[in-house]
Design a protein around this ligand. Structure first.
Ligand code: HC1
Ligand code: SF4
Ligand code: SF4
Length: 572
């Protein structure tokens, strides 16, 4: 242990603790911009300067030592921090009123806290570009403050390394190698860099205008569906605590926006379990293409295509749930309603920016029509609700529309890491045994441990070895273990985003300081599991509308019709 003082307060902390960590533990506020807990700590922004003797030192890189006397609140410290931020602002494209991150920008917030009223150092600014080549992520270099949080996230958390540092000194910027467009790189579109960025230098490619246009077009029948993870996060955009379930208010708001039908992607998550569970049992019988790897996360699918092309046959052929639902809306539902599928516009509300890439893939279409026409993030939906002047907080709960509005708890838990595996296990076991499961909670695959493993004994004595990984660095570890023969798995669930979709790149952006105290992944997952617990049905195969869909249209899981609408293939 080390004994030292911060602002006269005696402290005892474990060896290796930084002054920043120690100060925050006792409630002393030190500003930071580049620091992102467990991800990024380059000591580059210098906003966290503190005074130790005659020197000003960055507290994030200052390891506490015995007898140190640290001061965090002197005039010298306040002036120095102010100068640091003024210099950053002098080289920043300051269009705060129209910036996508206005009111949720860490630089704006800090400038206000430090009472910066004018920019003293006007002069030449570093030139940069706006790269909007990607379907998912837009980069605006002139808003970048060179904190490096995106680079560390992409490189260390995701092991993708699509972006990095280039040039030196005043010309330094963040860019893909050789200044390529992001769309020409190995970027998997996960958007984790967006939610790591403290400012508006990275954001999603917006589709709000496209959706308003469709809603205003009298010829179009506009249908919306919402992903499991949106309902436990969108409330944050309206000031509700993290993880608050607002499923009914969300359905009501969507109706007020003018959508003709309000469907739930959770229904198709149940359907995915029927299709993927059947696929798993078939592969177990033939021994081919094992382990079966989940395919509902387009960031993960892209990662496999780029980095493990020899393993694409291991991916499930199932489309992701919202793509399945889109294909069914334009076939089964259109036929039922007597609507020309060409006039239907399907909008998916997703916690994800990779889904924007996914819906544009030509592999995800049927009869010449894209399954899904537009994907909006949770943030974009909140924006539309605000633009429409809807009093979200005071809305009364409404239900989803049928035939795609009913889901089981198994569909809901898709939104958290381990959810797909748990949902599959609930169904596979029952279908094989013909017996009711006594407990449906497979807690071994829940939580945010990097890699989770479970062995499930089937009624016929066979065992299924399952692995669950979230975040692509963990996925890479699992694939390397499989390749080297170190581990044998039959089933692998991967979600590209740490924590799964609850922490997707399209979700409300949480300030880095809040992330230090609260695990966003766990808070939102709590909302997911409580919705699961409260639903009367918790196993996909019990969903009455799923049974009806098979009776009326698909016949049986993995049938020819199912393959036409619900399955796809990948590129190597
Ligand atoms: Fe997901 Fe999925 S869980 S991929 O994260 O399989 O986006 O929430 O909608 O499609 O259901 C996302 C979430 C989502 C799909 C489902
Ligand atoms: Fe990297 Fe994901 Fe950002 Fe692409 S979207 S640059 S893969 S973090
Ligand atoms: Fe999208 Fe979910 Fe995959 Fe993240 S984990 S890229 S939010 S599908």
């Amino acid at each position: 242990m080390v004994k030292f003082k911060i602002d006269g307060i005696e402290l005892e902390v474990p060896k290796g603790t930084t002054v920043l960590e120690a100060a925050r533990k006792i409630g002393i506020e030190i500003p930071t911009l580049c620091y992102l807990k467990d991800v990024n700590n380059p000591a580059s922004c210098r906003a966290c300067l503190v005074e130790v003797g005659p020197r000003l030192i960055a507290s994030c890189a200052l390891v506490a030592e015995n007898n140190m006397d640290v001061k965090t609140n002197t005039q010298k410290v306040r002036d120095a921090r102010k100068t640091v931020v003024e210099l950053l602002l002098s080289n920043h494209k300051r269009e705060c009123t129209t910036c996508i991150r206005s009111e949720n920008c860490e630089l704006q917030k800090l400038a206000k806290e430090l009472n910066i009223r004018d920019i003293k150092y006007e002069g030449e600014r570093t030139k940069g570009i706006i790269d909007d080549s990607s379907t998912s992520v837009v980069r605006d270099q002139e808003k970048c403050i060179l904190c490096g949080r995106c680079i560390s996230t992409c490189g260390n958390v995701q092991t993708v390394h699509a972006i990095g540092w280039a040039r030196r000194g005043f010309a330094t910027n963040v860019t893909p190698a050789y200044d390529r467009a992001l769309s020409e790189t190995v970027c998997v579109n996960c958007g984790q860099c967006i939610i790591a960025c403290p400012v508006g230098a990275l954001h999603e490619k917006e589709n709000i205008k496209d959706v308003w246009k469709a809603l205003n077009d009298k010829e179009k029948y506009v249908v919306v569906q919402t992903a499991p993870a949106v309902r436990v996060a969108i409330g944050e955009e309206f000031g509700l605590p993290m993880g608050t379930r607002v499923t009914g208010k969300m359905a009501a708001a969507l109706r007020k926006l003018g959508f003709d039908k309000v469907f739930d992607t959770d229904f198709a998550a149940d359907l995915t379990i029927m299709e993927e569970g059947t696929e798993l049992l078939k592969r177990l019988n033939t021994g081919k293409n094992l382990p079966l790897m989940t395919s509902c996360c387009p960031g993960w699918v892209k990662f496999v295509e780029h980095q493990y092309p020899d393993m694409t046959d291991n991916l499930s052929t199932c489309k992701s749930p919202h793509q399945m639902e889109g294909a069914l809306i334009k076939s089964y539902f259109a036929q039922k309603m007597g609507i020309d599928a060409k006039n239907i516009v399907v909008v998916s509300i997703m916690p994800c920016v990779a889904k924007k890439f996914e819906e544009n893939r030509e592999e995800l279409s049927c009869d010449g029509l894209a399954d899904v026409d537009y994907v909006l993030t949770t943030r974009e939906l909140a924006q539309m609700i605000k633009e429409a002047g809807i009093d979200f907080i005071n809305l009364s709960d409404e239900e989803f529309d049928n035939p795609f509005g009913e889901s089981t708890g198994a569909g809901v838990i898709f939104g958290a890491t381990g959810g797909v595996a748990e949902a599959a296990l609930r169904t596979i076991f029952e279908l094989l045994s013909g017996k009711e499961l006594e407990t449906v909670d497979y807690t071994a695959v829940r939580g945010v441990e990097d890699i989770k493993e479970a062995v499930i004994e089937l009624p016929d004595g066979r065992k299924i070895n399952a692995a669950v990984a979230h975040g692509l660095s963990n996925a890479r570890k699992v694939l390397e273990m499989v390749r080297s023969g170190e581990k044998h798995f039959d089933f692998i669930e991967v979600m590209a985003c740490p924590g799964g979709c609850v922490n997707g790149g399209g979700q409300p952006i949480v300030n880095a300081k809040v992330k230090e105290k609260v695990d966003v992944r766990l808070e939102r997952a709590k909302g997911i599991y409580s919705e699961d617990k409260d639903l009367p049905l918790r196993k996909s195969h019990k969903n009455p509308y799923i049974k009806k869909l098979y009776d009326e249209f698909l016949k049986e899981p993995n049938s020819e019709v199912s393959h036409k609408y619900l399955h796809t293939h990948y590129v190597k």
